[in-house]
Design a protein. Structure first.
Length: 747
C-alpha cells in the first residue's frame, strides 16, 4: 500500500476514492441496544475511507476532503474534512459531521476520536438514541469509552422535533450505555419552556431497566395532613432486590421517613415496608407502621410464610390513609405459618393474632390469638371407589378479656362418588368430634364448664343432572345446559349452648354469644351447598334440609362460558334449633330466601352480574346487587352497580368510568352514593392528557377513613416519558376505584 499512499501525496484525485485499511471503530453516544460484544467485533472489521480528494503521508496519516465517509462495521462517519492518524489510530473530522452507529445518530462541527479505545470528543453536537428516541444538543460531548459519554451544557428529551415539549438541561450529563442509565448534574427540567423542577443530581434509566438514584419528588395534598412532599431514593441492589427510601414532609404534621424493600429468589420472595414519624405535631407523639410479607421453601415440601403488620395507634389509618395502613384496614394481621406436604397428607403449624385499630363509632371485638394452631390433613381418592379425608386441628386460643382455652377438632369423611355422563350422585358420611379445655370461665355470664366435648355425625347426598342442547346465543352458535341439582343434609341436634357465652371486655362492653372463631354464615350461592350454617368449628348446626337449584349455561363451541343463570332455595324439614339458640330467637321459617343470579359476557363489549335474595314469607327482596360494564374499546369503560341490603340498612349506587372526552383528553371518575343517607360515600374525579412524550393527570379523591370521617386527597402528576413521573401518583387509586381502567400510554 506504500506506493498507493505516495501517489496520494504527489497527485490529488478529483473523483471518489475508496481505501480499505485495518480495523478502526467509533463509539455510540449511549444506547442500551448496542451490546459490548458488537463493539468488540468492530475491531476485527475493515475500515473503508471514501472522499472526493485524498492526500497523505505513507504509513502516517490520510487526509480526506469533500464528501468524506468513513465506514467501520455498523458505524458510518460523514464530514466535510477528516484526517486519520495511522500511528495514533485516531480520526479528526471537521465541518458538517454526521455519525450513525447501531441506529444512534449525532452531529457536530468538530470531532476527535481515538479508534482503539473509543475516547474522544465532538463539539457543538446534537444526538439521538434509537432505543428510547431520546435526543438533545450540547456544547460538547466527551467519549470516555465505547460505552460512556459525558455531555457538557446539554439537553435531554424523548420528544421529537426541534422544539420539544419537555427537556432536561444540565451542566453535566453522564450517559452510560453499559449501566443503561443517565445521571444529570445541576439539572433543571423544563416543560413548555417553563422550569418545573431543579435537582442537583438526577438519575434516570436509558431503558425500562431499574436504576439506582434520586427519583423526582412527589407532591400531594390531603385534608388531614396538608401538603405532602416526598423525595425518594432508589437502590437497585441486585436484579431481584431493591430498596426505596422515601423521606416525606407533611406540612401539618412534620417529617416522616419510610423504606420499602423487595426481594425475589428461586425459593423465596417478600416485601417489607416501614415508616415512622418521630414527632407528629398534630397528634403529639411519635407514629409508625410496618408491613412485611415473606414466602420461602425452606426444604423440599416444607414452606414458611409470614404476614406481619403493625401500627402505633388507632388513628393511623385516618391520618395516613395513603401509606402502609389503608383507611379500611382496622384489623392488622400478624401471622406466621410453617407447612409440610406429602403425596396424601399435609401438616402445618401457625401462630397468629391481630392488632385492632378501633373506630370509636363502630367498635370492633378483638379476635382471639392462635398461639399456636396445629393442623393435619390426609386423604385419598378412589380407594375401591371410595374417597376418604380426615382433617384435624389443635388450637390454643388466648385473649386479654374473654374465656381462653384449647380446642381439638377431628373431622373424618368418607364419600362414594358416582359419576356418569349426564348425572352424578355423591353420598357422604362425616363426623365432627371436638374437645375443649377452658380457663377463665368465671368471667363469662353463662359460665361454661372447664371442659367440653362433642361428637356429631352428618350424612349428605349431593346429586345432579346435566342436559345439553345446541342453540344460539345472540346470533352465535352455543351449547345450552340445564343442570338441576339436589343436596340433602342431615345432622342430629345437640344442645351447644355451653359452646358460646356472653361476656364483657375490660371496657364493660357486653358481647353476646361469643365463640373462639365461629359465626353464622349468610345465605348465598357459596354457602347454600354447605353442610354447616356456621363458619369455624365451635358450633355445628342441626340439619334436616334439602337444597334445590337449577343452573343453565350458554357455552361457546370453544368452551368459553358466555352466560350463566341460577336459582336456588333451601327447605328445612325441622326447626334449626342450634341457629335459633345462637340468635336468641325462635326459628320461624321452613325455607330459606330464594337466590337468583345471572352473570356473563352478553356481548364482546357488555358484561352483566346480578344477584338477588327474595324472601317468600315477606314477599320482598332482602338483598340485591346488579352490575353492568360496557367496554366498547380500549380505555373506554362504563360501570354501573346498584346494591341494596335491607338487614344492614344499605342502599348504594356506584358509577365509575374512563372515557375520552376530547382529542388526547380522558375523563375518569367514580361516585359511590348512599341513597339512605343522601350523600356521596366515596368519590373520585380526574382528567388525563396524553401527548406524544408526556402525560398529565389530576385526580381528586374522597375516602372514608372511619365512621363519619372522610379524607380528601388531590393527586397531580406529570409523566415525562423516558425520564420520570413528577408529582403524586394516582394510578393505584384509579385502578382500585374504576374496574377495567387502563393506563392510557400502555397498549
Amino acid at each position: 500500500m506504500t506506493w498507493f499512499l505516495a501517489f496520494f501525496q504527489s497527485k490529488p484525485l478529483f473523483r471518489v476514492v475508496t481505501v480499505t485499511l485495518a480495523a478502526v471503530s467509533l463509539p455510540t453516544v449511549a444506547s442500551a441496544q448496542t451490546a459490548p460484544t458488537a463493539q468488540t467485533d468492530d475491531n476485527q472489521a475493515p475500515t473503508t475511507l471514501e472522499a472526493e480528494k485524498m492526500t497523505g503521508r505513507p504509513e502516517r496519516e490520510i487526509i480526506l476532503e469533500e464528501n468524506v465517509e468513513i465506514t467501520r462495521g455498523p458505524t458510518v462517519l460523514n464530514a466535510d474534512k477528516a484526517t486519520y492518524d495511522i500511528v495514533e489510530d485516531q480520526v479528526e473530522a471537521f465541518g458538517d459531521i454526521r455519525v450513525r452507529r447501531n441506529g444512534d445518530r449525532f452531529t457536530g462541527k468538530e470531532l476527535k476520536l481515538k479508534i482503539d479505545t473509543g475516547q474522544g470528543y465532538v463539539l457543538c453536537p446534537t444526538y439521538q438514541l434509537e432505543l428510547n428516541n431520546a435526543q438533545g444538543e450540547a456544547e460538547r460531548i466527551d467519549f470516555i469509552s465505547r460505552e460512556e459519554a459525558t455531555v457538557t451544557q446539554g439537553t435531554y428529551s424523548t420528544c421529537e422535533g426541534p422544539d420539544p415539549d419537555w427537556y432536561l438541561r444540565a451542566s453535566k450529563l453522564d450517559l452510560d450505555q453499559g449501566a443503561e442509565k443517565g445521571t444529570a448534574y445541576g439539572s433543571v427540567v423544563y416543560f413548555k419552556d417553563v422550569p418545573i423542577l431543579g435537582m442537583p443530581v438526577l438519575s434516570f434509566p436509558l431503558t425500562d431497566a431499574r436504576k439506582s438514584g434520586v427519583l423526582p419528588p412527589t407532591l400531594g395534598t390531603s385534608s388531614r395532613g396538608g401538603v405532602e412532599i416526598t423525595v425518594p431514593y432508589y437502590f437497585n441492589i441486585a436484579p431481584q432486590r431493591d430498596l426505596t427510601i422515601y423521606p416525606r414532609v407533611i406540612s401539618k404534621r412534620g417529617m416522616q421517613l419510610g423504606m420499602q424493600g423487595r426481594y425475589l429468589g428461586e425459593t423465596y420472595s417478600g416485601e417489607t415496608r416501614v415508616e415512622g414519624m418521630p414527632d407528629d405535631q398534630l397528634y403529639g407523639q411519635a407514629r409508625h407502621a410496618i408491613s412485611s410479607t415473606h414466602t420461602q421453601t425452606v426444604a423440599p415440601r416444607l414452606t414458611y410464610t409470614h404476614n406481619l403488620n403493625a401500627a402505633s395507634d388507632d388513628e393511623y389509618p385516618n391520618d395516613f390513609s395513603s401509606t402502609i395502613t389503608a383507611a379500611s384496614q382496622r384489623l392488622l394481621t400478624r401471622d406466621m405459618r410453617l407447612s409440610y406436604s406429602e403425596s396424601f397428607w399435609s401438616g402445618s403449624i401457625r401462630a397468629s393474632n391481630y392488632q385492632v385499630l378501633q373506630d370509636p363509632r363502630s367498635w370492633i371485638r378483638r379476635p382471639y390469638d392462635r398461639l399456636p394452631q396445629i393442623g393435619l390433613q390426609a386423604g385419598k381418592q378412589n380407594v375401591n371407589g371410595f374417597d376418604w379425608t380426615i382433617a384435624s386441628e389443635f388450637t390454643s386460643f388466648t385473649h386479654p378479656d374473654f374465656v381462653q382455652g384449647e380446642r381439638l377438632v377431628i373431622k373424618p369423611r368418607v364419600t362414594y362418588p358416582i359419576v356418569a355422563p349426564g348425572y352424578f350422585i355423591t353420598p357422604s358420611v362425616s363426623v365432627h368430634g371436638s374437645y375443649y379445655s377452658l380457663s377463665d370461665t368465671d368471667a363469662a355470664t353463662n359460665r361454661p364448664p372447664g371442659s367440653l366435648s362433642r361428637v356429631l355425625p352428618t350424612v349428605s347426598v349431593d346429586s345432579g343432572l346435566i342436559f345439553e342442547r345446541e342453540t344460539n346465543f345472540l346470533g352465535q352458535e352455543a351449547i345450552q345446559t340445564l343442570e338441576p341439582r339436589l343436596f340433602y343434609v342431615y345432622t342430629p341436634y345437640r344442645n351447644q349452648t355451653n359452646f358460646s357465652w356472653d361476656q364483657s371486655d375490660s371496657s364493660d362492653r357486653l358481647f353476646r354469644n361469643q365463640t373462639f372463631d365461629t359465626g353464622l354464615s349468610d345465605i348465598n350461592f357459596a354457602q347454600i351447598f354447605s353442610e354447616n350454617r356456621f363458619t369455624g368449628n365451635d358450633l355445628v348446626s342441626d340439619a334436616n334440609q334439602l337444597t334445590a337449584a337449577l343452573v343453565s349455561r350458554y357455552v361457546e363451541p370453544s368452551g368459553v362460558e358466555r352466560m350463566r343463570f341460577a336459582i336456588a332455595q333451601r327447605y328445612y324439614f325441622s326447626d334449626q334449633r342450634v341457629v335459633a339458640e345462637f340468635l336468641d330467637r325462635a326459628s320461624e321459617e321452613n325455607r330459606s330466601d330464594i337466590l337468583l343470579a345471572a352473570s356473563g359476557q352478553v356481548t364482546e363489549t357488555i358484561a352483566v352480574d346480578a344477584n338477588m335474595r327474595y324472601s317468600a314469607t315477606q314477599r320482598a327482596t332482602t338483598q340485591s346487587n346488579y352490575g353492568v360494564r360496557w367496554q366498547p374499546a380500549p380505555k373506554r369503560v362504563l360501570n354501573l352497580q346498584y346494591r341494596r341490603d335491607v338487614p344492614n340498612d344499605l342502599e348504594l349506587t356506584d358509577f365509575s368510568a374512563q372515557w375520552p372526552i376530547a382529542q388526547r383528553w380522558y375523563g375518569v371518575g367514580r361516585v359511590n352514593y348512599s341513597m339512605r343517607e343522601n350523600k356521596v360515600a366515596e368519590g373520585l374525579l380526574g382528567l388525563e392528557y396524553q401527548a406524544d412524550c408526556w402525560i398529565f393527570r389530576i385526580v381528586g379523591q374522597r375516602t372514608p377513613t372511619a365512621t363519619g370521617v372522610t379524607d380528601t386527597s388531590l393527586f397531580v402528576q406529570l409523566e415525562l416519558t423516558g425520564l420520570s413521573k413528577i408529582g403524586s401518583n394516582p394510578l393505584r387509586a384509579l385502578q382500585q376505584n374504576v374496574p377495567g381502567y387502563q393506563i392510557i400510554n400502555e397498549p
